[in-house]
Design a protein around this ligand. Sequence first.
Ligand SMILES: *Cc1c(COP(=O)(O)O)cnc(C)c1O
Length: 392
Amino acid sequence: MQASDSLMFITHRPDVEFVRGEGSWLYDAAGRRHLDFVQGWAVNCLGHAPGLIAEALAAQAARVINVSPAYHNAPMRDLAARLAGLSGLEKVFFANSGAEANEGAIKLARKWGARHRGGAFEIIAFEGGFHGRTLATMSASGKPQWEALYAPKVPGFRRLPINDLDAVRAAIGWNTAAVMLEPIQGESGVVPFADEFLRGLRALCDQAGLLLIYDEIQTGVGRTGRMFCWEHAGVRPDIMTLAKGLGGGVPLAALLAKAPVCCFEPGDQGGTFNGNPLMTAVGLAVVDAVAQPAFLARVRENGAYLAARLRALSAERGLGEVRGRGLLLALELGRPVGAALVEAALARGLLINAPRPACLRFMPALNVTREEIDAMLRLLREALTDIDRGPG
Ligand SMILES: *Cc1c(COP(=O)(O)O)cnc(C)c1O
């Protein structure tokens, strides 16, 4: 029996164990280095083991690690103020995972609906959406493979096709409280909502008096070249959730909302680890680094560079569309070779992700260099050649 046999089986993991990381590179137990364009699923926005996070952790750990969410602490207060200032959403609640932040968003929308919209509770969500793995967030998600799982699902969600404003208009009823979406659907393969649709949806929510909830867990904190993805279309949501990049690798999530929406009362919402100073101190360091205009400009430049290089590769090898924004990009492969390609790339020392059978997703560190992007393209070309050649 291997030591890992004690782990509950939830996924196939390749036969490699990583022991050290530095920027865009991970080193396995055999000392071999791998170029990481997964980065913990778009989490490590500053790459592996950034000094900034190590220092924030060490300094805060030496000061105080945990005081209970029932007391004030300075990093929690300062990070909330920073996020409120950057987003214009005045109120912040911290959580430990994206799913937990989304649960909070759903609860807030339901309480708001009960109080301000005559008992409305339904949340309109979208096909292909991904909001997490708790029961309510799985029920909100539009992942076809989950339809039959964990019945009975949490009721009160309705799913519509993306980019269809008429469908949303027709679905709004007395019991509708909110509309919830990822501005770019990450897990379903980097599928963006059209800016036109997002602007129309904002207007529709305003007319109908509904809350607009953006799940920016994957797209937020600089990933698309703006601090928040909603800045591209210029529509601010009423509620927004952040996680992944917010902690730069430590578990930290946030639920943000406009002040008039906030109707939690003492006892309605909480959590033992929420807003603990160790994690929020890291969040503060990460947000300070990412929110610099020069940092975000570089994400946009390197995102455009990566997209251009992927388009050139696509043209050269007869592959499909390149889509996404900033450093959240996908390449359509035109055939279901994603898994084989991920495996061939791993053998060559490149970590990439295939969210769907015929699609690759790229989510490197936001401080990735041109040289690393070039190195990734070289390894990807080799991996493509490997799978064309076939085994042996
Ligand atoms: C990853 C993700 C989640 C879930 O976050 P966890 O931290 O895994 O709970 C929710 N929504 C989106 C858009 C995500 O990408």
